[in-house]
Design a protein around this ligand. Structure first.
Ligand SMILES: Cc1ncc(COP(=O)(O)O)c(C=O)c1O
Length: 469
């Protein structure tokens, strides 16, 4: 069995300098440089959604790495989120989902397409990006639900590096006959090293997506759909059909090669995360000592790190790849700090008034971490900023996500939309986590949040509604 069957096949094909009388239209002529390696489902290249050859072999390699059935997406976790909700809906147990309020907008689009009724779980700490949901609050929401949800949908890790207690929440769900779906787009690397995995499928989650491209050495678009071992007999046979239902019929072979190559790379890279996270933690400690607030890597009150400090023993869950800084204590908003760093060609993943998030991996290495630390410490301290984020709105639900998204709409300045119903999530990437959900009424608190987070325009449902058009 080859380590990299897709890469091997394409390399051999390109070596022959073939006459290409097939798609794609660039015919292997170099424009970007990668075209000779880009092809389509020619003889021997297998077919992503009917895989039985090199793609199936490569997916078996990925499944072995992740310890559960794992399938490729060349259209990100967005595609997998749709497939996960679809699979949950095929059990015949209704289409109500209890979802964490910090969902990515791909969840809303999936819920709208599949006509799911969404009930929201608000975080215990009140931040719109946070996944601070205790197992107890999930149990209470499930027990108090008017209609029993067919699944719970969580985002873990969240954008700020918070991780849910997936193990306990899975137990709560399974005791009640409910599936646990986890959007682990930011946490593919949580599986490594395997002996200390805190990956959601290893903690009992049933259906999980992870964006290989976000944290592993994979081209943008590469992602995985994972099936928990407890439900593999039920869902493994239908996973490909679920992905195919929403996907392009022309998957990118460049991305497939990248996913394939990652299988080989992760055999060695996987063991580098634990030592790297200790380096990252030391950096975060020095930033903390210099007055920066640090949200991730998370620390215990005694100052030690929660997470994989010891990969042999410590299975405590934490997103140990993100450095999330709260710079107001040093007198800067996250947006101001990002502008200063970007002037020095240092680009964070995300910033808002309260946070600046740096996504790291062993591929950054000590040198990059040192440069980041030096830059942050060189920025002079100012008087702390006291203004904090407005509270998360608890708006009135007027219509379902689907009804709102399928209604005629108009875009208006956010400040003029009090009383109107939100049409689409109206947030861009990153973080693409909506402040308010489609179908909810915009109140004063929501307008305050839009203003605080710089959302200037929103799409609202047109008042005369679809039936009167
Ligand atoms: C939490 C979360 N879920 C899902 C997605 C969608 O992932 P992808 O970009 O791989 O489609 C994102 C993208 O940023 C995300 O942040």
């Amino acid at each position: 069995m080859s380590n990299t069957p897709i890469c091997d096949f394409v390399k051999e094909y390109a070596r022959k300098k073939p006459l290409r009388f097939h798609m794609p239209g660039h015919k292997g002529r170099k424009i970007l440089g990668c075209e000779p390696l880009d092809l389509t489902e020619i003889e021997g290249a297998d077919s992503l959604f009917e895989a039985s050859g090199i793609i199936a072999e490569s997916e078996r390699n990925a499944s072995a790495l992740f310890g559960c059935p794992t399938f490729y997406s060349t259209e990100g976790s967005s595609l997998c989120v749709r497939a996960m909700l679809y699979l949950a809906s095929t059990r015949g147990r209704g289409k109500t989902v209890l979802a964490a309020r910090n969902v990515h907008k791909s969840f809303l689009y999936a819920a709208a397409l599949l006509d799911f009724d969404v009930r929201w779980l608000y975080p215990d700490d009140g931040s719109y990006l946070s996944n601070a949901f205790s197992p107890h609050s999930v149990a209470a929401a499930l027990d108090g639900a008017e209609e029993k949800p067919c699944c719970v949908f969580l985002t873990s890790p969240d954008y700020l590096g918070g991780v849910c207690d997936v193990k306990e929440i899975a137990r709560v769900c399974h005791e009640r006959g409910v599936l646990l779906l986890v959007d682990c787009a930011h946490g593919a690397y949580l599986r490594f090293p395997a002996q200390a995995s805190v990956f959601p499928t290893d903690l009992g989650a049933d259906l999980v997506c992870s964006s290989a491209h976000k944290t592993l050495p994979v081209l943008t678009g590469g992602a995985y759909l994972h099936i928990g071992n407890g439900v593999k007999e039920e869902f493994r046979p239908r996973a490909k059909d679920a992905l195919a239902l929403f996907a392009s019929t022309s998957p990118s072979y460049l991305i497939l090669q990248s996913l394939d190559a990652a299988n080989a790379r992760l055999k060695t890279l996987g063991s580098k995360w634990a030592p790297f996270c200790l380096d990252l933690f030391s950096v975060s400690n020095r930033l903390h000592a210099a007055g920066y607030g640090i949200l991730a890597p998370a620390r215990f009150t005694d100052g030690t790190m929660t997470g994989k400090t010891d990969p042999e023993k410590d299975l405590c869950a934490a997103d140990y790849g993100k450095l999330t800084v709260k710079p107001k204590s040093r007198g800067y908003t996250g947006d101001e700090l990002a502008a200063i760093l970007e002037d020095r060609a240092i680009y964070p993943e995300f910033h808002d008034p309260d946070h600046i998030v740096f996504m790291t991996s062993p591929l950054n290495g000590k040198k990059d971490l040192k440069a980041l630390e030096r830059a942050l410490l060189s920025i002079p301290c100012r008087a702390p900023i006291r203004e904090s984020a407005p509270p998360l709105p608890r708006p009135e639900r007027v219509m379902s996500v689907r009804e709102a998204l399928f209604s005629p709409s108009e875009r208006l300045p956010a400040s003029e939309c009090r009383g109107r119903v939100l049409h689409d999530p109206s947030v861009s990437c990153p973080p693409a986590v909506p402040v308010l959900m489609c179908g909810e009424r915009i109140d004063g608190q929501a307008i305050e949040c839009f203003e605080y987070y710089g959302v200037k325009e929103v799409a609202v449902v047109r008042e005369f509604g679809i039936r009167n058009l």
